[in-house]
Design a binder for this molecule. Structure first.
Ligand code: 0L1
Ligand code: MG
Length: 262
């Protein structure tokens, strides 16, 4: 049987429409069962191009599937990346309307703000920490464009790693003297703790996640740039959101971050 040819641009436009129209769609691997990860990243690149053409700005690439639990669930050995854009940013303490999203989930993360570029196939944890100006508490709202939040690895890569919204805490903390792997994190909804974890849930240390991202980008001749804000991956599991939810996360020594669903 002949494999169906992949038109990266038209699949990118299809997923982009689903995001903007807030409609869930059938996962693309139902139509393209043999979609490779390379093709999936090419579709993601087309989505990035479309958004840049519309005038949106990249805040930074982000890492996803960085916890052992998520990697096991998806049967993968390597995390994935996607891109966060300016229109996805929500001010700390602000609201997100359920009408602007499909079936959002939230996860607590540690974000890195880079003070200098990170480039090349050998970037390691120490280099990342030296290049980091600040760390900041973050809530990532992921919102798969696929029906029932169900997908294969290729599907989710093509769908810009479910990127939807990000809330950053207002306190910028220098990473020196903080053992980021030992930072305790709680994620609460309406004042009740729903999930918790420690920084080590992110590939053993969140700086390792940034290092891996730099190495993954190096494969296609790209780098992490000074000023970019990098989401390192969920410390906690992702929790499904409901209208009226007040969402807050507390990260030991780093601070708090919160927003409201309406
Ligand atoms: O940021 C993330 O970890 C999202 C990765 C994609 C998987 C998902 O949507 O759960
Ligand atoms: Mg995430």
């Amino acid at each position: 049987m002949k494999t169906k040819e992949v038109n990266h641009q038209s699949i990118a436009a299809f997923l982009q429409r689903a995001e903007y129209e807030r409609t869930e769609v059938k996962r693309i691997t139902l139509e393209y069962p043999e979609l490779s990860l390379e093709d999936a990243y090419r579709i993601q690149e087309e989505i990035v191009k479309l958004k840049l053409k519309e005038g949106h700005r990249i805040i930074g690439p982000k890492m996803g599937l960085t916890s052992q639990a998520k990697m096991k669930q998806m049967n993968v050995e390597e995390p994935i990346y996607g891109y966060v854009f300016d229109y996805m940013m929500i001010e700390e303490g602000d609201v997100l309307s359920m009408q602007d999203v499909i079936h959002p989930k939230v996860e607590a993360e540690i974000a890195f703000i880079l003070g200098s570029d990170l480039e090349g196939p050998d970037v390691g944890e120490e280099e990342v920490l030296a290049a980091t100006a600040y760390v900041v508490p973050a809530l990532e709202i992921i919102d798969s464009r696929y029906e029932n939040f169900q997908f294969t690895l290729a599907d989710v890569i093509a769908d810009n790693a479910s990127s939807s919204r990000v809330v950053l805490g207002s306190r910028l903390i220098k990473p020196e003297n903080i053992e980021l792997d030992l930072v305790g994190v709680t994620l609460s909804i309406n004042g009740k703790i729903k999930a918790l974890g420690a920084g080590a849930a992110v590939l053993g240390h969140p700086a390792k996640s940034v290092a891996m991202l730099a190495r993954m980008l190096a494969r296609k001749g790209e780098k992490l740039k000074a000023g970019q804000i990098i989401l390192t991956g969920g410390v906690t599991e992702a929790i499904l959101l409901q209208p009226g939810d007040y969402v807050s996360a507390t990260l030991d020594q780093i601070g708090q971050v919160a927003f409201c669903m309406t």
